[in-house]
Design a protein. Structure first.
Lengths: 208, 208
DNA sequence: GCTGATGGAAACCGATCGGTTTCCCGCCGG
DNA sequence: CCGGCGGGAAACCGATCGGTTTCCATCAGC
């Protein structure tokens, strides 16, 4: 029979923490975490130094999962544009769930305001991974200002996921189409690598 | 002399609540709120039913201030495009402060996950005001799909403010230039009302 | 079968939570 | 001069917080 309680206490605890904290916020008590995980506080405190460390570890554990979910599978030799849009397609897919609460990394950083908090730093690294993915694809596509494009894509990703998470928008094409629009403007069109209207020049503050 | 403690207890309380909660999150204790406001819990509880109501009232009080700060002054007969960009310019201006923590409405909704919470509903109305402003300007500018443009602008606004708030980006032109890019694509160019490349057709789910 | 490590249940600790109440000072009109 | 009252200070309440400790059931190796 499949014993419901097979995985190690550490894994149960981190999984429960990730799920509970995602649903109820970082304010969730450790009693609730331990009960949900079927782990005693005693075990928890000999695995981790405290709640902060559990939180950070839970986020760390989520990072590879999120990357695997969002980023194109390794064996996919798609064009940069498609690889970027893939991320937004996965976002929209996830956002259709009524339980979707936005990007867990962004939420963690918003909730624990302190940027020095261990979990906040883990979350920041998680976000940086996506930013670097965007930048790498932009470079691979020969975009004039890859860093600028990556920052814009991150703004759209975080804005779309946050708004979907709080129920302010249902997306359904909004994130993908907006990202596509930014890619077009950067010259990363469907046809091929950078050669659009403004390969260079589009930075700074164009409006007075 | 200017007596430091002039305004009514209610005003002191709401101002202190807005500031403290913005800085430290909705988890801030009422003891801390009252002490910061120089108001006794006794007074607070005969002014409000509880912490939730204080939170909601503090956010309600912030809405007109935020609108006045972000939206163009009433006497400004600028073109729709300029009126929209004005919002993003104010955002970037505010984001230069090291104390900037992002949009207080979005933060409140992210922190108290419950959309039914009184304060969350106040915050949702606050965000809706901006969305409607964008939509009205888009319509005034003759944009083909004003609702779509408004949603995209909100995504950029929330994404940019959130990322600036958590210290992931410094903006400095990013929000304004990205918004301008969206306006261009919607046909709301510097020259005049809608007549760009794709006045209609650009909605739905363009990617598989 | 015995033993020792693992780990869950739960009592316990001081601090703090949201919320209520008591007390008393200072300011007001009469 | 005084009586009423708005309102701050602070004690108090039960619940819960993060964190520690005790106790005991289980199970693997011998």
């Amino acid at each position: 029979m499949t014993t419901t309680t097979k995985p190690t206490p550490r894994d149960r605890l981190l999984d429960a923490a990730a799920e509970l904290i995602y649903r109820e916020g970082v304010g969730t008590g450790i009693d609730a975490l331990c009960k949900a995980a079927g782990v005693s506080k005693r075990s928890m405190y000999q695995l981790f130094a405290g709640k902060d460390e559990v939180l950070a570890a839970a986020l760390t554990r989520q990072e590879p999962r999120l990357s695997a979910l969002l980023f194109p599978p390794p064996g996919t030799p798609a064009a940069p544009r498609d690889r970027v849009l893939h991320v937004f397609e996965r976002l929209e897919e996830a956002a259709t769930s009524p339980d979707y609460r936005g990007c867990p990394f962004l939420a963690a950083q918003v909730e624990l305001k302190d940027p020095g908090h261990a979990a906040s730093e883990v979350a920041a690294r998680g976000k940086q991974a996506m930013s670097e993915f965007f930048r790498a694809e932009a470079e691979r596509g020969g975009v004039g200002q890859p860093e600028l494009l990556a920052r814009r894509l991150m703004v759209v990703y975080d804005g779309a996921s946050a708004r979907a998470g709080i129920g302010a928008d249902t997306l359904d094409g909004l994130a993908v189409s907006t990202a596509a629009l930014l890619l077009d403007a950067a010259g990363l069109t469907e046809n091929g690598p950078a050669s659009g209207p403004d390969t260079a020049e589009e930075a700074g503050a164009p409006a007075a």
